[in-house]
Write a protein that binds this ligand. Structure first.
Ligand code: NAD
Length: 479
């Protein structure tokens, strides 16, 4: 085992306090790496490196930046197997999902290369002898704090629009998944990113993360994580007058109408809930099914769930890996214990850790379906970040939408129907930032992504996100 270092000013760097923390494999409990425990001084060094690199990076042409991105995307693809293995080892997801995520990372870089031509200002005619125009300028040092569920993809969503616009960057990964982020940063450096343009500091959120948000030279924070943490980050950022994007928790409803194609809805629910062991912000977290098709739907869903193979993500036959960490596992166990104790719901399938050799050292949990939970159940109110799906039977679309909107979250939602009127009503009335029809979970860097209500504010992806990393200066010229 070689201890992995932070990336500061283009170099692998240990922590000022020379302390480190362990990164363990959630499938085996074994130590994978030791990573520097970044201090406030390390954050200051990383921000200083980013600030020093800013002027020169901002004056390179967007096309030159794009060439580096293309090269990095190619290197990620060349090393995909090696990095996917690392991602699976630290995060737990099956190898196929890790490969997908890295492909997504490479694709985000390429997508923003294609947008370099849109980094420009406006010409505005004004009365009198003169002209007005706007010039778009990068902000300076931007930063992101990211979670452990999709570390590579979310890193791409944050760094690509910021760097292509001419900003420099400091990234703080989640403490259970820093290895993929450090590897990807070193690949970007290898692809030609000048020293200091992208820095990665590792360490806990409450210390390293907060130091980054507090640092007065950081102009923008893009945060992805839990809603409670997001509120804390927004409070700290407000006192420093920093721009903020908050991509927070979700409790996406999936509405299955009586005219839906049940086979594809079942497949959508299985992928929507159990992909990444249920640890996706836009996972299907509540299922509302019309009563006239409920029995058939649940029977088919149960049969599909029974076929899912839980295991180490490195095994080819694994459909669902472990949860990422102990607190996730404890949380899911607590919810199940509460259902049993209060007799508030029926566990249709799952509800326990699987019985295979080694499970006691890994955070494995069986894919679980629960029916008959009351309206005020924690399964419907909280963000259940794990393989547990509550099924609610409803009479019609009105009742489904009422249930869907009862959540304090508003990230994604899906409606499964062939009826265009239902599609229109659902799109108008369901409160969510993303609404899918006859699918769930599909995301792409071309498409704006983000939530409403407690799921946060601001959008990632798509061309408009560039304006989040640029400030417009108006120039008025008299002739
Ligand atoms: P988390 O909020 O615990 O941690 C996220 C990051 O914030 C980590 O890097 C952590 O170290 C850091 N952090 C923690 N406390 C901090 C503080 N006081 N100041 C600054 N940084 C701090 O979230 P998590 O458990 O890592 O991730 C799961 C959550 O992320 C879920 O709620 C999920 O829905 C959400 N998520 C949202 C999206 C989205 O785009 N909306 C995408 C993925 C995940």
């Amino acid at each position: 085992m070689v201890a992995m270092k932070m990336q500061i000013n283009g170099k692998a760097t240990g922590a000022c306090g020379s302390e480190s923390f362990d990164v363990k494999n959630p499938a085996t409990g074994k130590l994978l790496e030791q990573v520097p425990l970044g201090t406030e001084d390390d954050v200051a060094l990383a921000v200083e490196a980013a600030a020093s690199a800013f002027e020169s990076w901002a004056s390179t042409s967007p096309q030159q930046r794009g060439v580096i991105f293309y090269r990095a995307a190619g290197l990620v693809r060349e090393r995909k197997e090696e990095i996917a293995t690392l991602l699976t080892q630290e995060q737990g997801k099956p190898l196929a999902e890790s490969r997908n995520e890295l492909e997504g990372f490479a694709h985000v870089l390429e997508y923003y290369c294609g947008l370099t031509g849109s980094l420009r200002g406006d010409f505005i005619p004004v009365p009198g002898n003169g002209y007005a125009f706007t010039v778009s300028k990068p902000l300076g040092v931007c930063a992101a704090i990211i979670p452990w569920n999709m570390p590579a993809l979310i890193m791409g969503w944050k760094i690509a629009p910021a760097l292509i616009s001419g900003n420099t960057f400091v990234l703080k990964p989640a403490s259970s998944t820093p290895l993929t982020n450090l590897t990807l940063a070193s690949i970007l450096n290898e692809a030609g990113l000048p020293a200091g343009v992208l820095n990665v500091v590792t360490g806990p959120g409450e210390t390293t993360g907060e130091s980054l948000v507090r640092n007065p030279r950081v102009r923008k924070i893009s945060f992805t994580g839990e809603s409670r943490t997001g509120i804390r980050v927004a409070e700290l950022a407000a006192s420093g007058m920093k721009r903020v994007t908050l991509e927070l928790g979700g409790s996406d409803p999936m509405i299955v109408c009586d005219d839906a194609n049940l086979e594809s809805a079942v497949a959508g629910a299985i992928r929507g809930r159990f992909y990444n062991c249920g640890q996706t912000c836009t996972a299907v977290k509540r299922l509302y099914v019309f009563e006239s098709v409920a029995n058939e739907f649940v029977r088919k869903l149960e049969a599909g769930v029974k076929n899912l193979k839980v295991g180490n993500g490195l095994d080819k036959s694994t459909d669902m890996g472990p949860l990422n960490n102990r607190s996730q596992m404890e949380y899911i166990k607590e919810l199940i214990a509460e259902i049993k104790e209060k007799e508030e719901g029926k566990i249709i399938i799952g509800g326990k850790a699987p019985e295979f050799k080694g499970w006691d050292r890994g955070y494995f949990f069986e894919p679980t379906l629960v029916s008959g939970v009351p309206d005020d159940s924690r399964l419907l109110k909280e963000e259940v970040f794990g393989p547990l799906l509550p099924i609610v039977i409803v009479k019609n679309l009105d009742e489904a939408i009422e249930g869907a909107n009862r959540s304090s979250y508003g990230l994604g939602a899906s409606i499964w129907t062939k009826d265009l009127d239902r599609v229109r009503i659902g799109c108008e009335q369901v409160n969510a930032g993303i609404i899918w029809i006859n699918q769930h979970l599909k995301i792409a860097p071309e498409v704006p992504f983000g939530g409403i209500k407690e799921s946060g504010f601001g959008r990632e992806n798509g061309p408009d996100v560039l304006s989040e990393y640029l400030e417009s200066r108006t120039i008025m010229l008299k002739t």
